[in-house]
Design a protein around this ligand. Structure first.
Ligand code: SF4
Length: 112
């Protein structure tokens, strides 16, 4: 996840000044549209694709491990917040010892 953010920032750092410089060479309406398309195509769209690939690669960890139901698990970054490590399908940083149910799981038990 950090890699996606890093490369998005790098692309933005390069592309935004280039788009800004292009303002002097293009008609404003063309520059505005081309600038928006460039920002989307070079910065936003690749970040979305990389994030979707990241989610697909980690689908099993997100949906099918003990961490899935743990309150210390951040699904967005596939990270154990308690141990600051990335769990894998066959590796839990706490080995199950520090598992705690999410608040929503506790609420579901009270409802039943
Ligand atoms: S505390 Fe254990 S079960 Fe909970 S997210 Fe971290 S590794 Fe997974």
């Amino acid at each position: 996840m950090g890699e996606i953010v890093f490369w998005t920032i790098i692309r933005a750092t390069v592309v935004i000044p280039l788009v800004w410089l292009a303002k002097d060479y293009l008609d404003y309406s063309v520059w505005w549209m081309a600038g928006m398309l460039t920002l989307y195509g070079v910065i936003i769209h690749p970040a979305i694709l990389h994030y979707n690939n990241f989610r697909a690669r980690n689908h099993e960890v997100i949906e099918e491990t003990l961490c899935t139901s743990c309150k210390h698990f951040d699904k967005g970054s596939v990270l154990c917040l308690k141990h600051d490590e990335h769990p894998a399908k066959d590796y839990l940083p706490c080995e199950g010892i520090d598992w705690e149910p999410k608040q929503t799981d506790l609420e579901d038990e009270h409802i039943q």
